[in-house]
Design a protein around this ligand. Structure first.
Ligand SMILES: C=CC1=C(C)c2cc3[nH]c(cc4nc(cc5[nH]c(cc1n2)c(C)c5CCC(=O)O)C(CCC(=O)O)=C4C)c(C)c3C=C
Ligand SMILES: [Fe+2]
Length: 479
């Protein structure tokens, strides 16, 4: 493959083999995430730049001028952007000699889910105790754990009901284990023997357990099972990893390559288009079906204040899938909406439930739902989409409903993930060490002060949570 190469060095990080998306082919600018110290797709941030680069969006990102424009390139009619990872697979010979003496590991990052109904409340506690999920101002961070305790207790009955309706637990662990096995086999078939580990953020096997297994390897590729980057998902898991790696003598020196997002990879886009094309055939009049992408939402402030690239990446992802479908002569109408909001704040709009009602009222008769932020079946596909949204759509006048399955272990998809791992390997460097002031560190320094804060925090959280608005928001349908 002959890609135009652009390379440039920042202290500790080398950017090489950058390939831009068609959105920004002549740019010589790459946006660099301060916190993760990893370069991100240049095109994702063109909007920040266009808006004068003065908004709070730019806070987390640092602009890096390259020594020449990133050249656009065509690859079977597609263009890609995989800034931060090497996008040029090495030739077979090179790959061989490069990796034979290494013991390479792949760490799959995922959310995790309760395996039994008994696990639901502690799982919810872990989720809400994550400062990347409930983002409190620094002054109120001491409220995090008491708030998590209260919110998880309040939400648990509703969540348990939902998990009960899909068989009493989340299928996420089993599916992720299957994906890990499939990826390992695929990498072996490509002559890249690796160990593949699973690191869940909020349930077993926890990130800490997985990281310990990575102790015996010489190079690690971190691959989130989220196609698009969000602070609340990939960002949170990487923060957890960085905390673990910083504390460990061996891990802190381990060369690591992090794939921040891969929604723009052609293998993924093609696999999604294949699923959609196949599922459309189940309708009597496929051309009249509305392709309805439903993405997991995040609170608005993530994007507006914290510069989360999630929304931009989601929109580009949908654009790329629709381009691929158009290239196959499929020109159906499509919509994107965001599901699974929780709590009293505003989330990304439009909301899935509201759009479904609108579509029904507008006379749309056939809808194909496409879950797009996740690659496994889970509670939000099996319960929220298949049960709640389907019922809502049918009640609103829609007559024919279908849903695209999650990618799971689809061969073309796993093959592409394997390619992403191989391409990322050359960019592995020891993880950067940024300092995070976690509450556990605070406990170590000042246990009495910490206990007082927890007590006051619990009290304030209790009052806050008893407000009628908060109560009803938390009891809203499943997330
Ligand atoms: C890209 C995917 C996801 C984003 C972004 C995300 C953000 C996010 N989620 C919550 C709150 C909850 N999420 C819950 C479950 C859940 N979330 C995702 C994915 C994303 N979340 C998945 C795949 C799952 C299901 C896991 C499983 O068990 O199958 C839950 C628990 C379920 C429930 O009680 O409704 C909560 C709560 C927030 C607040 C958030 C962004 C800030
Ligand atoms: Fe979620």
């Amino acid at each position: 493959m002959n890609a135009e190469k652009v390379s440039c060095t920042l202290p500790g990080v080398e950017l090489s083999n950058l390939t831009p998306s068609k959105f920004n082919p002549n740019s010589s600018v790459v946006w660099f995430h301060r916190k993760f110290q990893v370069p991100l797709c240049s095109h994702t941030y063109t909007k920040c730049e266009a808006s004068g680069n003065s908004g709070s969006n730019s806070n987390n990102f640092q602009k890096l001028k390259l020594d020449g424009p990133i050249q656009s390139r065509g690859l079977a009619g597609k263009t890609f952007c995989s800034v931060g990872i090497c996008t040029d697979p090495l030739s077979d010979n090179e790959c061989h000699s490069h990796v034979e003496e290494e013991k390479v590991g792949v760490l799959l990052l995922n959310l995790g889910g309760p395996e039994t109904l008994h696990d639901v409340q502690p799982f919810l506690y872990n989720l809400f105790a994550d400062p990347d999920i409930i983002r409190l101002p620094r002054l109120f961070r001491f409220l995090q754990r008491p708030l998590a305790q209260l919110i998880s207790l309040l939400r648990a009955p509703k969540s348990k009901e939902a998990y009960a309706s899909i068989g009493g637990g989340s299928p996420l662990r089993k599916i992720t284990d299957d994906q890990a096995d499939a990826l390992k086999s695929e990498l072996e078939a490509k002559k890249f023997p690796t160990n593949v580990y699973v690191a869940m953020r909020y349930w077993h096997p926890f990130t800490e357990e997985a990281a310990q297994q990575a102790n015996r390897i010489t190079k690690l590729v971190v691959l989130p099972l989220y196609p698009q980057f969000s602070i609340s998902t990939t960002g949170s898991s990487i923060r957890a990893l960085q905390n673990i790696f910083r504390e460990d003598k061996v891990l802190s020196r381990l060369p690591v390559a992090i794939i921040l997002s891969w929604y723009q990879r052609y293998g993924y886009i093609k696999s999604m288009a294949d699923l959609i094309e196949e599922e459309l055939q189940n309708f009597n009049t496929p051309r009249e079906v509305m392709i309805f992408f439903s993405a997991h939402g995040v609170p608005d402030t993530y994007v507006v204040d914290a510069g989360d690239p999630y929304k931009d990446q989601m929109e580009e992802c949908i654009y790329l899938i629709m381009q691929e479908l158009e290239a196959r002569g499929i020109e159906n109408k499509h919509r994107l909406a965001y599901q699974s909001r929780v709590g009293p704040v505003q989330w990304l709009k439009p909301y899935t439930d509201e759009v479904l009602v609108e579509l029904g009222q507008e006379g749309v008769k056939s809808i194909l739902a496409v879950p797009v932020s996740f690659v496994s079946e889970h509670i939000e596909t099996l319960e929220e989409i298949d049960m709640e949204y389907k019922e809502l759509a049918l009640k609103s006048g829609v007559e024919n409903w279908g849903r695209v399955p999650a990618l799971g272990c689809t061969t073309s998809f796993i093959t592409d993930l394997a390619d992403a791992v191989i391409e990322a390997l050359p960019s592995a460097t020891p993880m950067s060490t940024f300092s995070a002031n976690t509450s556990s560190q605070q406990f170590d320094r000042d246990p009495i002060g910490y206990a007082i804060k927890i007590f006051i925090g619990s009290f304030l959280a209790f009052i806050l949570l008893l407000s009628p608005r908060m109560l009803s928001a938390l009891r809203k349908p499943v997330v």
